[in-house]
Design a protein around this ligand. Structure first.
Ligand code: G3H
Ligand code: 13P
Ligand code: ZN
Length: 328
């Protein structure tokens, strides 16, 4: 069944677990997420980005998610819009039937320029008014996502600040977070705590203090009833980078967020954990390997099935690690 994000994250908070929110662009990703959820009895958050809507078209994203609800009726599913750049974008998703939207007012509507606090409060509050009237949940964002190691926002089409960021910008302020939640009434708040989007988060193997866990604790202590969201939470599996590079890929040395540190965050109020890059890496590795080892194959179903299997394994691992398994 389709449920709102508030319903799911309230349950996650009561029971102390986190929920991975996977991005979907195609049927293989959707199927991998659902097969993993079915295997582990996990509730699901799937999210469509502006890039996904440009690639597949909003009706296809919507019907793919509805098809999953039909095929796996016993699994609760949140249909979430990722990184909305204006209240108008969120309004169109609500009209399409999304049960949750993100209004990312940390950046201007170009998705690149860091905004003022007042602008962020204003667009987020407007979105909440509209969404709550329709029973739809809202995620806001305060702070600018960026790697504490590199000071970069990360590489992603259409989402992320341009240029070098200061440490101050890259860490959400707990007092400001409290004021923001009071003024906007958001259900969930994406915070900046040292992660960035994409595959290039850290240039060296991450140490166990690569995220600002203390900052997460302080924010959670200040706004205990707001569900925290960690964007840029891919772990960038080294084994998939090796497979990609072994079969003709050229991806330089790079590292993601260790799963253990996400688990630390979940202890202090992180309830939604956004993951896109890991599924991209796993599917690309599986397809490269299949095509290299089966040069005569031209049936896309053969290599796409390999991609689905690789993504399913990642989803199962995250559902188990975050405590989502068994909660559906
Ligand atoms: O937040 C970013 C997500 O990874 C979506 O990326 O805009 O390339 O679909 P995308
Ligand atoms: P990754 O690029 O780390 O997978 O993050 C995805 C994300 O935050 C989507 O909103
Ligand atoms: Zn994001």
């Amino acid at each position: 069944a389709l449920i709102s994000m508030r319903q799911l994250l309230d349950h996650a908070a009561e029971n102390g677990y986190g929920v991975p929110a996977f991005n979907v662009n195609n049927q293989e990703q959707m199927r991998a997420i659902m097969e993993a959820a079915d295997k582990t009895n996990s509730p699901v958050i799937v999210q469509g980005s502006a890039g996904a809507r440009a690639y597949a078209g909003a009706p296809f994203i919507r019907h793919m998610i509805l098809a999953a609800v039909e095929e796996w009726p016993h699994i609760p599913v949140v249909m979430h819009q990722d990184h909305g750049t204006s209240p108008g974008v969120c309004q169109r998703s609500i009209q399409l039937g999304f049960s949750s939207v993100m209004m990312d007012g940390s950046l201007m509507s170009d998705g690149k320029t860091p905004s003022s606090y007042e602008y962020n409060v204003d667009v987020t509050r407007q979105t909440v008014e509209m969404a709550h009237a329709c029973g739809v949940s809202v995620e806001g964002e305060l702070g600018v996502l960026g790697s504490l190691e590199t000071g970069e926002a990360g590489e992603e089409d259409g989402v992320g600040a341009e240029g070098k960021l200061s440490t101050d910008q890259m860490l959400t302020d707990p007092e400001e977070a409290a004021d923001f939640v009071r003024k906007t009434q958001v259900d969930a708040l994406a915070i900046a705590c040292g992660t960035s989007h994409g595959a290039y988060k850290f240039t060296r193997p991450p140490t166990d203090d690569i995220l600002a866990i203390d900052r997460i604790k302080e924010i959670h202590a200040r706004i205990p009833n707001t569900h925290l969201v960690m964007h840029g939470s891919s772990s960038v599996p080294q084994e998939w980078l090796e497979v990609i590079n072994q079969y003709g890929g050229e991806i330089p040395e790079t590292y993601g967020v260790p799963v253990e540190q996400i688990i630390e965050g979940i202890k202090y109020g992180v309830r939604k954990v956004n993951i896109d890059t890991d599924l991209r890496l796993a599917s690309t590795g599986a397809i490269r390997r299949h095509l290299a080892l089966n040069p005569a194959n031209f049936d896309p179903r053969k290599y796409l099935a390999e991609a689905t299997k690789a993504m399913t394994e990642i989803c199962v691992a995250r559902y188990e690690a975050f405590g989502t398994a068994g909660q559906a």
